[in-house]
Design a protein around this ligand. Structure first.
Ligand code: ADP
Ligand code: MG
Length: 255
């Protein structure tokens, strides 16, 4: 059964935040052995839009996502979330902001194996010191079609079901921004499409800002816009491209 993509309106509507990276550099190591993963990226992500980030393996996609998401520190440059320069915040304030405003989905699910499905969904809220709303946890799981599995451990679920738990975890708090790194990379086509529809629904129904790294043109075609990276810089930027146009662009770039 396909999970529902109907997402009830957030009681206290909080529209998506605009994100902005300016002259972002990220290097690993120093001197001759340094790897320059980002070499001066300028990118803006408008509030309530869905952007896909594409490019060859090693082009800096994950590094860009992590720096824009405040999970990694840039070597130089700035990142803003709305009016807030997150690159100027202390680690503590940044962690607070991330927990209150952002959701994250990774290719490898990153679920806690010893916790139940519902404990996994509630974990970010628990870490943020919030009261857990069990009805809302169940509702988040119902949205991804897994309310009846809430007492189980993730290891008993299929990969696609585990990623749906990760989606429920990311969306439970109705974050204003959602970051996803290859969220459908390990899923079959049908399950991947379900996940993409859920991300899309959050953008359209809740005004969420979504940034997703993917190498799949079909996944990227769910986005409003596709940024292409090569060798640590933005080399192209397409608005509402079709999957075919994206595939053409990628083959032109020889990825
Ligand atoms: P992508 O997601 O596009 O495949 P990444 O952002 O993961 O690319 O990596 C960009 C470059 O930075 C690659 O050359 C990669 O090897 C390097 N890199 C990424 N993370 C690290 C790290 N922690 N230490 C050293 N080099 C890294
Ligand atoms: Mg990557």
């Amino acid at each position: 059964m396909s999970p529902s993509t109907e997402i009830p309106a957030r009681p206290q509507a909080a529209p998506g935040l605009g994100l902005r990276a300016e002259n972002l550099h990220r290097s690993y190591g120093r001197g001759r052995d340094a790897v320059h993963a980002l070499r001066g990226v300028d990118a803006a992500f408008a509030p309530g839009t869905f952007t896909a980030v594409m490019g060859p393996s090693g082009s800096g996609k994950s590094t860009l996502l992590q720096c824009v998401a405040g999970m990694d520190r840039q070597t130089s440059g700035t990142v803003h979330w709305g009016p807030t320069e997150i690159t100027a915040l202390s680690e503590r304030r940044l962690t607070q902001l991330r927990r209150s405003e952002a959701g994250f989905i990774f290719q490898s699910y990153n679920l806690m194996p010893a916790m139940t499905v519902e404990q996994n969904v509630a974990l970010p809220a628990r870490l943020a010191g919030e009261r857990i709303d069990r009805a809302a946890v169940t509702e988040a799981l119902a949205r991804v079609g897994l309310a009846d599995r809430r007492r189980e451990r993730p290891g008993r679920l299929s990969g696609g079901q585990q990623q749906r738990v990760a989606v429920a975890r990311a969306l439970y708090a109705r974050p204003r921004v959602l970051f996803a790194d290859e969220p459908t990379g390990a899923l079959d086509r049908a399950t991947g499409t379900d996940v993409l529809r859920m991300l899309r629904a959050g953008v359209e129904q809740e005004g969420r800002t979504c940034v997703m790294v993917t190498h799949d043109p079909l996944a990227a075609s769910f986005a409003d816009r596709v940024l292409f990276l090569a060798d640590g810089v933005v080399v192209d930027d397409l608005v509402r491209p079709s999957a075919a146009r994206i595939a053409d662009k990628l083959s032109g770039a020889a990825c």
